[in-house]
Every structure is written in C-alpha cells, then in structure tokens.
Design a protein around this ligand. Structure first.
Ligand code: PEP
Ligand code: MG
Length: 592
C-alpha cells in the first residue's frame, strides 16, 4: 500500500511575503484549552512559578484595557464584571494556592491553576444561588485567559528554528514572536495579502503564503515542505524532481535579488525624465536600516500601532514613544518620516469586552483616538518632540469626515501649547496628512484637500471599502482586486483634487508595490509610492522602463476597463514587452 503521507501534495494560496524556503513543518495548533496533569522536573519549578506570575500580569493588562473600554462604551455596571475578574487574579485563594500547588506537587502552572479554579467553581456552582453561579463563569474566564497566556509563550518557544510554521491563523503579534525564534517561513490557512499578519511577515522578511485552505489540518510537524512565497504555493513532501526544481528557482530568485541591489543607487525616473519618489513602509524600529539598504527616499508610512504590538501594551508613555520616534527620525534625516497615529481596531486587536460583529466597520483608527484623547495626546506630543530632530509628517488613519481632521488639528494645537509651557522643542508647521482609505474621502477629496497638507492613499482599505470585500477573509480573497477600475477611479479623483490644491499624494497600500499598477499610478500623476522595502528595487526597474506618456495611456485604458482582469491582462502584456515580466516576480504580486 502506498504511504499517503509521503506522497507529494500541492496547496495553492496567496503569496504575501517573497522568498523560497525548504524545510520541516511545525504545525502550530490553536487548540481548545485543555489541561493535562504533568509533573515538572524539580529544577523547573521556580521557572514555572515565574511563568504563572507573568501570565497573570499579562491577563491583568488585558483586563485593564477591557475595563477601560467597557466603562466608556457600556458603562460602569458592565465594567464591574471585569473589575471582579481582575480582583480574582490577585486573590490569594487563586494565585497563592496555584503557586503553592506548583511548588508542593510540582504540577505545571496550567494544571495547578485548573485544579485550584475547579475547586472554587464547584463550591460556587453548588450554592444554588444565581449570583454565585455567574461568578463561577467568571472564574472560568479568568482561568482560560491565564492559561492562554501560559500557552502562547510556551507554544511559540517550542518551535525549533529552521522550521516552517504552519497554522490555521496567526496574529501580527504571533508572527513577531515566531520570527524572533528564527523560523524559515510561515504558511496559513486563512488571511489575505493585506491582512496585518501578512504585512508583518513582509516587514520581518519571513517568506509567507496565506489562504491555503486546510493545509494545517492535513500535515504533521516534521513533514518536509517547500514554501514558495513568490507564487503562493506550498508543496508537502516534495519528490526529488520537485526539490531540485525549487532549489534552482530559489537560486535564481536570490541572484535576481542580488542584481536588484545594483538599482539601489539609481534614480526612480522614467525614460523621459519624470521623477517619482520611492519611500518605505516600516512597522518596526529595527527596520530603519532598510531605508538606506533599499534606496528609499524616506519613510512614507510608519505604522506606529505595530510598535505597540511589539511592546505588548497599548499605553506606551510619551517619553518611550518619543525615544523610538526620535531614533527613527534622526536615523533617516533629512529624509522625511511619516508617522501615522495609532490605527487600532480591525484586525489589529483592540481588546474589547464585546466582540464587534464588523470590526473593520467599527471602532477603528481615528475613531478610537478621538474617543480616547489619553491615547492620542501623548502620541502627538511624542511625535512633535521628535520633529525637532528631522523631517516629520503626521498621518491620520481611517478618516471619514472632515470634522475628524479638524478635531485632530485642535488637539495638535493643544499638544503644542503644552510642549511650549514645558519648554520642549519641536518643529513649526509639521505637515498633517489624511489617509484616503474610506471612499467618502476620495469622493469629497476637494474638501479634504483644503484641510490637509498631503494625502496618502491606503489602497488596502480603500479596496476593502469600495468593493465590500473583507481584506483578511480568504473566502472572498479572489474578489479583493486593488486594480479594479472602481478603485482606480477613486485614486484618480483624489489626485485631481490634490493637484487643484497643490498638495502631494502618495500611495502607501500594497497596490504601490504591484508591478502592474506602477505604470498606471505614475501615469495618473502619483508623486510618491511607499511600500515594504523589499519591493522597492523591482518597482524602480518598472519606473525606469516606462515613459510618463505611456503611463498616461495605460492609466486611461485602465480607467475605461470593465474589470480588474482586463486591467491586469493589459499590464501583463506591457510588462512582458518592457522586459519587466520576470515571471516569478509578477506572480508574487498576483495572488488573486
Ligand atoms: C491601507 O489601508 O492601504 C494602509 C496602508 O493601511 P493599513 O494597511 O495599515 O490598514
Ligand atoms: Mg488602512
């Protein structure tokens, strides 16, 4: 009988972070919370107690955020439920007993905690009183929360480096932890090109493929995988011929990467002398070196919320933020740094007590910050202080109404006043820009242009909101077409309004790195393209192969097309004719 597990199988998905990697799988299961009795080696006992403390502290941080949000959104009564849970965390009958149980019985922390909690729950449930029965549920919640924190650290630290992590779904925070373990790549059943976990994988340089439908459930840790983060494919148990073909492909890609480095010092200029600015999207402070390495002319988008994710908390003080922004701004000065204020919500987890049914249509971006000036004010002050060290711009995410821009400007004026009275230095006239990512802004771009110093078009969200396609939902990932003529019309409308007002426009969504889109965007008159640094050389190659006039023609054709397929087919021909059609690179931007 043939060994089915050893047979080669191919899974196709969406390429979200370039690179080809070959290695054993590590299947990361987000299993239901079950605890087993496990006895520790004596020398691990104190470490286990420390892990319990850490998990309790993390749980407290979760609950603090939940309490704050609940109090504000649902009122004091609802917040009390979570306040009670917070108190349970530190009750000696819970924490102290679990600790004693670890030391006395050498139980693992999760099992010790489970035993202690179970005893308390039984007493409450047996009371016959509704109020106490409810409290038993709370105890279960508290237990689950602590165990999740214990597990997360443990599961992630169990990964051997040199493995490819396979999971149904990961968060942006998970991928940060995995990348610190030095994993080779990452494959997920769910997700899309513009999910934040995908954006993070790109930043961290971890080759990744998402939307693989059922891969995680059908393989085992140790199975050999080929992960092709250019074509969007994972091969399980590759045979010898496949392995050989992929080794060659990997070499070719790496050679091309090395060759592309020769473009780093060349100007992003069309053959008829039209210059475009190329800037970098960064998520992490450590990535600043990529600006010089890939020849970026500045930072077009710094997603500051990712810094907060790395820190694992939302309340990073003004001082700590200032130090981070100052380091980034000084490192690239005099080139500009566009610091986007926190864009929380959507798939960038905001710890809310009640799950939003439509988080992308919910409490997100500037909506959160205007409701919570205690988050926005320290950030504005930290950014202003960093402006004394270089060239800073402030960018507002998820804007829908002109009034939101005005409110941010008023808070900025207050931040300046406070800094003045504290005797702090900051630059005058730090430009304030608006993310064009909700169609209402593109449609009323004239009015927004009057209130903004620049526009930055976020095509990831603009596409999601214009086409009604959840950017992270793999069931509709085929419909997520950022080259859709409807999206391009919104881009054009934005550009026209900006030109009338004389303000610059950049595109900072993934469309900017889509080789097919580059001639169209340049033709339409976009001033700056900002993207993950790895894509900059390839985009520069396209710019240097085109004329502005050709771009204008292609843009006109694209705007008149019926759908995204027609646009893509036309641009594929053009890229091929202009020697930019390196097959696997074009594939890499073409997961749909
Ligand atoms: C966008 O929406 O295109 C964008 C750049 O912002 P983010 O991907 O962080 O939502
Ligand atoms: Mg966005």
């Amino acid at each position: 009988m043939t060994d089915l597990r050893a047979r080669e199988r191919v899974f196709d998905g969406i390429a979200v972070s370039p690179g080809i990697t070959i290695g054993p799988a590590y299947v990361h299961a987000r299993e239901a919370i079950e605890v087993e009795e496990r006895i520790l080696e004596p020398d691990l006992v104190e470490q286990e107690v420390a892990s319990l403390h850490e998990a309790i502290e993390r749980s407290e941080r979760d609950l603090n955020k939940i309490i704050a949000v609940t109090r504000e959104k649902l009122g004091e009564d609802s917040a009390e439920i979570f306040e009670a849970q917070r108190l349970m965390l530190f009750d000696d009958a819970v924490r102290g007993e679990a600790e004693r149980c670890i030391r006395r019985d050498r139980f693992e922390a999760s099992y010790a905690l489970h035993r202690v909690m179970q005893r308390h729950r039984k007493i409450l449930e047996a009371s016959g009183n509704d109020y106490f029965r409810e409290r038993a549920h709370d105890l279960q919640d508290v237990e689950d929360r602590i165990i999740r924190h214990l597990r997360r650290g443990r599961l992630i630290s169990a990964v051997d480096p040199s493995h490819i992590v396979v999971s149904e779904n990961l968060t942006a925070a998970d991928i940060i932890l995995f990348s610190r373990r030095g994993i080779l790549g990452c494959a997920m059943d769910y997700g899309g090109l513009t999910s934040h976990v995908s954006i993070m994988a790109r930043s961290l340089g971890v080759p990744a493929v998402v939307s693989l439908h059922g891969l995680a459930g059908s393989i085992s840790t140790g199975d050999v995988l080929v992960l092709d983060g250019l074509r969007g494919r994972v091969v399980v148990n590759p045979d010898d011929a496949t392995l050989e073909a992929y080794r060659k492909r990997k070499d070719r890609f790496e050679r091309l990467r090395a060759e592309e480095k020769s473009l780093v010092h060349l100007e992003p200029e069309t053959i008829d002398g039209h210059r475009v600015r190329l800037e970098a999207n960064l998520e992490l402070r450590d990535e600043v070196s990529f600006v010089a390495e890939y020849g970026a002319q500045g930072i077009g988008l710094f997603r500051t919320e990712m810094l907060f994710l790395v820190e694992g908390r939302l309340s990073v003080s003004e001082e700590d933020q200032f130090r981070i922004y100052q380091a980034v701004v000084s490192a690239v000065a005099p080139a500009p740094v566009t610091l986007r204020v926190l864009d929380l919500g959507g798939d960038k987890l905001l710890p809310v007590a009640h799950r939003e049914h439509n988080p992308f249509l919910g409490w997100r971006g500037i909506r959160v910050l205007l409701d919570k000036p205690d988050l926005l004010m320290p950030q504005l002050k930290a950014i202003l202080r960093a402006s004394a060290f270089g060239n800073v711009r402030i960018l507002i995410p998820m804007v829908t109404d002109v009034g939101e821009v005005r409110q941010v400007r008023a808070l900025l004026a207050r931040a300046r006043e406070e800094l003045r009275s504290e005797g702090r230095a900051f630059a005058d006239n730090v430009p304030v820009g608006v993310m064009v990512e909700v169609p209402s802004v593109a449609l009323l771009a004239d009015r927004f242009a009057a209130e903004s110093d620049f526009f930055s078009i976020g095509t990831n969200d603009l596409t999601q909101y214009a086409l009604a396609v959840d950017r992270g939902n793999d069931l509709v990932s085929k419909l997520f077409r950022d080259l859709h003529p409807a999206v391009l019309h919104l881009v054009r409308k934005t550009l026209e309004a900006a030109k009338r007002r004389g303000i610059p426009v950049s595109v900072c969504g993934e469309l900017a790195a889509n080789l097919r889109a580059v001639p169209i965007l340049v033709g339409m008159g976009v001033d700056t393209l900002s993207m993950s640094p790895v894509y900059l050389p390839g985009v520069k190659r396209v710019i240097r192969s085109m004329s502005k006039e050709e771009g204008q023609l292609l843009a006109r054709e694209a705007l008149e097309s019926d759908d995204a397929d027609e646009v893509a087919a036309r641009l594929d021909r053009w890229l091929e004719e202009h020697g930019c059609g390196v097959p696997f690179l074009v594939d890499s931007r073409n997961g749909h």
